[in-house]
Design a protein. Structure first.
Length: 150
């Protein structure tokens, strides 16, 4: 059964994801380094890992399975999960799969190099309503795709 695994670190769409998971009868697993307030819902589970650097990422990369959907902004975590048969979605609605992750990792490294060289600065634009809409649309699409995959 498809599960939705959420990298809780700075995830702007946790509540939306809980609602979608509930509607589809899917388990949402929230992975965090600290305790978070969670809805009283058997379809939403909190997995608290140690406070070690990358502990949440390591738990996710080790425990996801074919057919799961991972919600994260972390491109390197996405690259670790995709070979396990998952699809990855960011809170802004970008989908990473085996065809797109290589270019995303390369772009991440290029931007890191340019930032370190002082050529670019700043980060993402502020999160907007159209990001949330795109996210919800893509999440629905991925759930349907994973159902056909199984």
């Amino acid at each position: 059964m498809t599960r939705i695994v959420i990298d809780a670190d700075a995830c702007p769409v946790k509540d939306e994801t809980y609602r979608v998971a509930r509607r589809h009868g899917l388990l949402a697993i929230v992975v965090a380094n600290t305790w978070l307030r969670m809805p009283d819902d058997p379809q939403v589970r909190l997995e608290v890992v140690s406070g070690d650097f990358d502990a949440a990422d390591n738990w996710i990369a080790t425990n996801v399975a074919r057919g799961d959907i991972v919600i994260t902004e972390d491109i390197l975590l996405a690259a670790r999960c995709i070979p396990r048969g998952t699809l990855v979605l960011t809170g802004r609605g970008t989908v990473y799969d085996g065809n797109s992750i290589g270019a995303a990792v390369a772009q991440r490294e290029l931007m890191r190099y340019l930032r370190d060289a002082g050529e670019v600065s700043g980060g993402h634009k502020p999160y907007a309503d159209q990001d949330r809409t795109r996210y919800l649309h893509q999440l629905e699409r991925l759930i349907q795709a994973m159902r056909h995959l199984r």
